[in-house]
Design a binder for this molecule. Sequence first.
Ligand SMILES: Cc1cc2nc3c(=O)[nH]c(=O)nc-3n(C[C@H](O)[C@H](O)[C@H](O)COP(=O)(O)OP(=O)(O)OC[C@H]3O[C@@H](n4cnc5c(N)ncnc54)[C@H](O)[C@@H]3O)c2cc1C
Length: 382
Amino acid sequence: MSQSVYNVQGREQDLCLGESLAATKQVGIVGGGVNGICTAIACARAGHQVTCFERGEPFAETSSRSSRMLHGGIRYLEHGHFGLVREALIERDEWLTRSPEYTRVERFFFPIYDDSPRGKWLLTAGTKLYQWLAGRYSVGPSSLHSRAEALELNPALNPDGLKGAVSYCDVVMDDQGVASDLLTEAQQLGVSIKTQTQVRAVTESGNIELESGESEAFDTIVNAAGPWASQVLNASNLTSNYEIAYVQGSHLMLDLVLENPLVFQSNADQRIIFAIPFSDETLLGTTEAMIDIEQPIECSQEEEDYLLTIASGQLSPRVGPLKVHSRFAGVRPIYKHKSEHPKNMSKASRDSVIEQRGKLISVFGGKWTSASHLGDKVCGLV
Ligand SMILES: Cc1cc2nc3c(=O)[nH]c(=O)nc-3n(C[C@H](O)[C@H](O)[C@H](O)COP(=O)(O)OP(=O)(O)OC[C@H]3O[C@@H](n4cnc5c(N)ncnc54)[C@H](O)[C@@H]3O)c2cc1C
């Protein structure tokens, strides 16, 4: 996945990975989500001494609220983000090797109905392009299925108006399992993870001030506080070249057993949502709702209704009313440079940006899939 790296003047810098190996540095990381921990691992591997400050528990915020896919992001193809998708497909492959026990390849089915916004030719072209972009990192071919075959492979589908299906392969993870692999690796590399430790402020000269009043000096600070990265800067009276918009995404866990992951198209807004089986449950999501980061992050009734309406229309009445076992929400920090025009947040890239000011490096945005490469790139700046 591509990251842009800007110094305070906004000039793109060359990333020379490994050049920072010359001397051991003290690195302080704010945030123990996937971006913070992957950065900690990369820095510790490069020989630096790393302390990670997490106000709660590691992987307890956004990194435990994802759709649990390690993917290129098939829907980003429609917005023309081909380079981004290609890079993420390569990163996807690395997770299969890194965490084989907690990752698996699945075949995702797009059912196609009489009134579906995208038909079989468009979906076939899109899934073939996705497979082609993966190149030698492809995890399986895409396929076109007749109505009969679609129903045989996915008996939970609503047969009324079903014309067939298009399928493609992607990777699904047990996010808690991958997180535990990463935490073990970080600990083995000597990373000190201070949990229940809130950072009050950071400085561009390398100081971290804790809520407890203590203060520690570092050669480099990495602000990897996820959706709260701007809050950390604000609390420190620091500015940034980036403005952040907060887009909530909610998921439902359903008491539903599916044979394969399904990708439902919404007739109302043309979005796609995923229904992914995890043992005897199904993860259904996600939504996009602009929110204020100061408000509680929770799935609204409107979001729940939205998801259930789309899914129940494309599932067989034989499945019965969908039962919601639990619900959760997370926030995507979508950034834009202050000089850019406003973005359509649904079409905005899920890319990340790294901003460096003095001894402080801030990370905005990103994906689970891209976190390891992001960590390497941040490490190259230490
Ligand atoms: C709905 C949704 C679905 C997604 N689905 C996918 C997907 O399927 N695949 C994919 O690749 N990506 C997905 N993503 C993106 C992915 O989940 C995120 O990019 C990733 O989890 C962000 O990790 P992070 O470390 O930046 O943030 P977080 O996981 O939020 O970690 C930041 C940490 O910083 C801590 N923190 C904040 N402030 C302070 C402070 N002052 N002091 C100390 N600690 C602090 C927080 O407690 C938190 O633990 C999804 C995101 C959302 C919202």
